[in-house]
Design a protein around this ligand. Sequence first.
Ligand code: ADP
Ligand code: MG
Length: 653
Amino acid sequence: DITKPPEVEAARLLLPIVAEEQPIMEAILLNSVVVICGETGSGKTTQVPQFLYEAGFGLPGSDNPGIIGVTQPRRVAAMSMASRVAQELSLTSSKISYQIRYDATVSSNTSIKFMTDGVLLRELATDFLLTKYSVIIIDEAHERSMNTDILIGVLSRVVKLREELWSQKKDDAKPLRLIIMSATLRVSDFAENVALFPSPPPVINVPARQHPVTVHFNRRTTSDYVSEAIRKASKIHARLPPGGILIFLTGQNEISGTCKKLEAKYGLKALEERKRRRNAAAARTQSAEEDSRGRVNVAPAQADVEAEDMDLGGDQMDLALDVDGDNADFDDEALDSDDDLNDQELGIDTEESDAPMHIVPLYALLPSEKQMLVFKPPPPGARLVVVSTNVAETSLTIPGVRYVIDCGRAKERHYDVVNGIQTFKVSWISKASAAQRAGRAGRTGPGHCYRLYSSALFETYFEQFSQPEILRMPIEGVVLQMKSMHIDAVTNFPFPTPPDRLSLRKAEVILTHLGALTSSEPGTPMAMEEIHKLRAQLSSIVQTNFPDSDAGLVANLRPPTALQMKVLRQLLAAGFIDQVAVRKDKVSQDALSGQQFTTARGVPYRALGIDEDVFIHPSSVLANKPPPDFVVYLEVVRTSKVWIKGLTVVNAA
Ligand code: ADP
Ligand code: MG
């Protein structure tokens, strides 16, 4: 029997999904595939695996002894959900486990396993029938990641195969059940897709228990949304009633920068320091008053703080985006919706507050124990401020959030058809995502969502829904990935949203011509063979022209000697003479000259034909090392600064 801690039981009863346990379990027992829709925070991820466990799934000796598998698009969610469910069931991490690419708590004892979708895809490559499992839950299906879509397609077939084996009573076979969970009602691609599921699976809607959220648009869209987010958070903190603030930004750098700035102003330490200074000033003022009555006194510490505060506001940062239709006149709704936190109210002490902020960052690459801090209640009297990527959009529900600040952007995978390179780019989110983000403010009580963009921009440039990732990917990449998972019939594959069949076939042909599909060793990213051939060819050219040179070149190539390195650098510098950048302090005798830099971040370089300073792109391995004097670059990227990428150091040794 399962005993739950009393506080867990109490919290659990408040979750809308708990009232639906019976219809959900009935549907699961009567159908091999079930779709469950429920608003974020309704309890899908933490409760449905428990319903199954309590019904005997995952228990050796029961009708459904196989593991309960739950996939998550993000590692954060896989880890935190495993630990939450273990805690709710008072069980250990070897029983309720997680597995992500480089880390796992799974054991032979595991009953519920949370994993990233990539982990399950790899398991499918070695055990297509997923014999270890009795049920697979595909969570966050509404996100439509490529992995999720492919998993659903594959699992539709695995479920059928397991059913056939079971009805033939083969090898103790037991059926496999599939549960697809979504935070939105838009599930027709799964539920009404006869290629995927010939008989449509039942869809269970968990009624939302959502409080109203007032949405405020900015009058204008600023490109410096990070400063704007900080400003908005400061205002909310100073003026609005208690309640957590959740800020949506796009990536790690923005998030840590924002946390640092907020910490410096509203962190517990900063506030204590401010109080100390203020008290000292008050004491000084008092003695000055006693000394010389009749003089006008100004509290110096107060003035300092005010000046600091003004940095956060400031229209000077309010660079309007150059987007048609995005102008204030057009945007009549914003005139009153932006009202209660308006610029003109930016009085001298607007952002003064004696209450501290408890500031927590949240992004996928953050160590897990740091991520778990979002679930910890803030210290008494402090306001929780979570600065997050879209991890907090649906994957994690943070308790106590009443205010959401939404920058309207997200980092998404993009494919550049010109250079064939996949990159992560910041782009506008969809209207559906914006609604999800706003919804985060209405879990505990009525809330507010501040959108750092205009309603005109929202109406004009935001798609209704974001496109499934599979349609945003190079089709050759999709085909290659599927082939590496031993999915051969790519053109007939039951995709939830199929890419164009003709382009799928073309991609297969191209990949076959390239020899990418014929390698007996899947994955051996052929390329190595090409490199070998090229090397043999080059060395034979060298030998023909310089018969005296080292004949052992082909057999075993050693790392280049210092002299060879020097020659290679000279070759590169000569070959790319128009793509050399020189550290600025080495060419101009300005203030920087002679300065020691510990990393290349922020260190200006000069490049031929580029009038502005250029900088080493933060993604470069060179960014965190002392800056070299000379580099050759392959690419220039222009954002707020001019960045150089694809770098080779060509310093004189
Ligand atoms: P859904 O999957 O429907 O979005 P969840 O099952 O993730 O909902 O969350 C249900 C509730 O459990 C939420 O109110 C959330 O705040 C709470 N919760 C989830 N994980 C934790 C945790 N690690 N600590 C505290 N509360 C949590
Ligand atoms: Mg969930």
